[in-house]
Write a protein that binds this ligand. Sequence first.
Ligand SMILES: [Zn+2]
Length: 115
Amino acid sequence: MHELYLIQSLLNIVEEHSVTHGFKRVNIMKLSFGRMNHIEPKALEFAFKAQSVGTKADGANLEFTILPVIIYCFQCNKEYEVDRFEFIPCPVCGTNEVEVVGGTEDLKLLELDVD
Ligand SMILES: [Zn+2]
C-alpha cells in the first residue's frame, strides 16, 4: 500500500509537469531515496506499471538512485557509510555517539526524460 501511495504522488507530479511543459509522454523517470526508507524498487515498478496505464507516464522506465546510510561520528569527527541499520557503534572507534545523516531521504523525482 505504501508503494501505491508513493506512485500516485509521482503520477500527480508528472501530470502537473505535462500541463506546465506540454510533453506527450515520459520515457524515463529518475528517482532517488534513502536506503533506510523501506522502499523496494521491484514493488514500486510493479505498482507503477499498474497505476500508470493511460497516463503520460505509461511505459516509462524507472531508474533508481539509492542513497547510502551515512553516519556522523562525534568522536572521530567524520562521516562514514555503513551497512543498512548497523550504524551503532561507530565502525572505526566504537563509540555510540553517532548520528544518522544520510539514508533516510524520502522518495524523490530527480529528473524526467520526456518527448
Ligand atoms: Zn568514530
